[in-house]
Design a protein around this ligand. Structure first.
Ligand code: FES
Length: 103
């Protein structure tokens, strides 16, 4: 059963911005692009290293370990050495608060 975790009030999110949210040993990478929110597991698909907020480089997610880049909208791997897409995480808005689900 998923655990829904508060991210931030939707109204407080800047467009074309991104943030990371840690929950236990998990990390979500959340972005808002042109008014739409996206969330992905913050774990690189190349070697299971955590992706870092400070290394985000819109419009791509950047892995600081070996330089792979991922699309912020689809999670698709854009450059090697990663070849697999990031895992999407469900999002919802509850009473104006953006929430992400960890399963
Ligand atoms: S761990 Fe991310 S590119 Fe290697």
């Amino acid at each position: 059963m998923p655990v829904w975790v508060d991210v931030a009030p939707v109204a407080s999110l800047d467009d074309n911005s991104c943030l990371s949210l840690d929950h236990g040993r998990r990390r979500a990478l959340i972005s808002q692009i042109n008014g739409t929110q996206y969330a992905f597991e913050g774990l690189c698909t190349h070697a299971d290293e955590l992706l870092e907020f400070s290394r985000w480089d819109a419009p791509a997610i950047f892995c600081p370990h070996h330089g792979a880049r991922f699309c912020t909208r689809t999670g698709r791997a854009l450059t090697p050495p990663a070849t697999r897409a990031l895992r999407p995480l469900p999002l919802r808005i509850d009473d104006g608060i953006l929430q992400v689900a960890f399963d």
